[in-house]
Ligand binder design. Structure first.
Ligand SMILES: Cc1cc2nc3c(=O)[nH]c(=O)nc-3n(C[C@H](O)[C@H](O)[C@H](O)COP(=O)(O)OP(=O)(O)OC[C@H]3O[C@@H](n4cnc5c(N)ncnc54)[C@H](O)[C@@H]3O)c2cc1C
Length: 453
């Protein structure tokens, strides 16, 4: 079967170097960072595509979509494969559509909108944008590897979200062109509110081929770390900086001890037994921030300029979901949850969790702005994994005490916590992929035409 598939795809794109059947490569390009979750690790380890095809243009995407549709073959799109929930792992074999070669930055408009192909990585985009006086509004801590298309289809926010919210907010994603999987695939432009039909839908209802992504004017940033004797002191200082609009910041992160002990390459910024607060602040406010930190009894452990994604040390490499990676390196039993604490009840929520779970849960806070403009203590707490039942019980308890959870231990859009309640992603799938060939199995509320519900 793989041979005939390879022959068919070769006929479509005419370049054997980009039709890959070598098992080791197909296996690798079928996987992402799903192993972050001990639950998904067990569920997805044996799932692979049948073949990988690397495409160079939207015309090739259209041609492969036509070929796959005619032959009833599933397509799973791959950006850089840094997703955490097995989003780009094919559950039913078929074609892995690797778009890494579609990496052109077409232009940055005078209004600061990057127009690019989906395979463009975020780091080159940030570097190029900064040269022209712009920068990314937000990016995941995987900036060095992750692609723009994968971020829009699988990510949610990151460094910059404290000022600009998530990908869903404030018209950051202006428009994109999407190849459909209809009987006759076509390119459809989604603009304005229509982007939400496809955004963060894991490539289940369309293939992004061209993107309009809004930037923000560049700021001269500095990286700053300060240590506090208790989690409460560190948290309250960080909250004050995050919530006060007078501070120009890109990142406000809190790690309770012993999380910082896992950051072995940057030991110099870590203070033994102390909570660490990490802030990216406008360089012009660095002196004022230092004074505020000292007044709050903090011990400043680092301050230095950020000159782009190649800065060393790049402290954002320890934030967002990189924190979990460092903890897993120290002890593979650490895993994580994705949470949103209540701005008004967070101290009580921390206390309740500590009373019930002790140091089985460690607080890692990432402040972010929500779509209403309110600064909330987002969080990616570490959880010591002792079994699936215990993990699910902890998630249920968080929800019981009003902590929002986007569960990263599930492999379908609906249960992950960011599915659209207005069903527009599902309606778009029914329209653009009625046979259910795009990343099948990931949108479980969808049933293909003629398929029993
Ligand atoms: C260490 C670590 C830290 C992370 N930190 C963050 C973070 O701070 N914030 C955050 O949001 N995420 C984070 N993530 C998750 C992940 O990095 C981001 O979601 C990233 O943006 C994914 O980009 P990618 O190119 O690797 O996408 P992939 O993993 O390749 O794909 C992600 C999803 O998008 C789909 N897709 C890819 N390209 C297209 C396309 N052109 N059209 C349609 N669908 C497509 C795939 O099928 C898949 O479902 C982190 C992950 C790791 C491992």
């Amino acid at each position: 079967m793989v041979e005939s598939l390879a022959a068919g795809l070769l006929e479509v794109i005419g370049d054997s170097a980009r039709v890959i059947t070598a098992t080791a490569v197909v296996d690798r390009l079928s996987k992402d960072f799903y192993w972050y979750s001990p639950v998904l690790k067990r569920q997805l380890a044996d799932k692979v595509g049948d073949i990988v095809v690397q495409l160079r243009s939207s015309d090739e995407v259209l041609a492969v979509a036509r070929f796959a549709g005619r032959n009833n073959i599933p397509i799973t799109v791959r950006g850089a494969g840094t997703g955490n929930y097995g989003q780009c792992i094919p559950l039913h074999g078929g074609i892995v559509l690797d778009l890494a070669l579609m990496d052109k930055l077409e232009e940055i408009t005078p209004e600061g909108v990057a127009v690019c192909e989906p395979g463009l990585r975020l780091a080159p985009l940030e570097i190029e944008a900064r040269k022209r006086g712009w920068e990314l509004r937000m990016y995941p801590s995987t900036i060095a590897k992750a692609s723009v298309g994968g971020f829009l289809a699988g990510g949610s926010g990151g460094i910059g979200s404290v000022a600009h919210g998530g990908l869903r907010d404030f018209d950051t994603v202006r428009a994109f062109e999407v190849v459909t999987m209809e009987a006759e695939p076509r390119v459809v432009l989604h603009e304005g509110p229509a982007v939400h039909e496809i955004l963060h839908a894991w490539g289940t209802n369309g293939i992004l081929t061209r993107i309009w992504f809004a930037l923000t004017p560049a700021v001269a940033w500095s990286q700053f770390t300060v240590a506090f004797g208790t989690f409460e002191d560190g948290f309250l200082f960080a909250k004050m900086i995050a919530e006060n609009g007078a501070w120009t910041k890109r990142l406000v992160t809190v790690f309770e001890w012993p999380i910082p002990s896992c950051f072995t390459p940057v030991k110099q910024v870590v203070a033994q037994d102390k909570t660490l607060v990490l802030i990216m602040i406008a360089t012009e406010q660095l002196d004022a921030l230092q004074a505020a930190a000292k007044e709050a009894q903090g011990e400043v452990t680092f301050s230095g300029a950020y000159a782009g994604p190649r800065t060393q040390p790049l402290l954002s490499d320890y934030t967002w979901n990189h924190t979990t990676l460092w903890a897993m390196k120290a002890d593979p039993s650490w895993t994580y949850i994705q949470a949103g604490f209540s701005p008004s009840r967070c101290m009580e929520q921390f206390r309740l969790l500590r009373e019930r779970y002790g140091k089985e849960i460690l607080f890692h806070i990432e402040f972010m702005k929500n779509g209403e403009g309110v600064i909330v203590p987002g969080a990616i707490p570490l959880v010591y994994f002792t079994g699936e039942d215990r993990l699910n019980e902890l998630i249920a308890y968080c929800r019981e005490i009003g902590v929002f959870i986007a569960n990263p231990h599930v492999n379908c859009l609906e249960d992950g916590g960011r599915f659209r309640a207005d069903n527009i992603q599902l309606i778009a799938k029914q329209k653009y992929d009625p046979r259910g060939l795009l990343n099948p199995g990931k949108m479980i509320s969808f049933h293909a035409e003629g398929q029993a519900k």
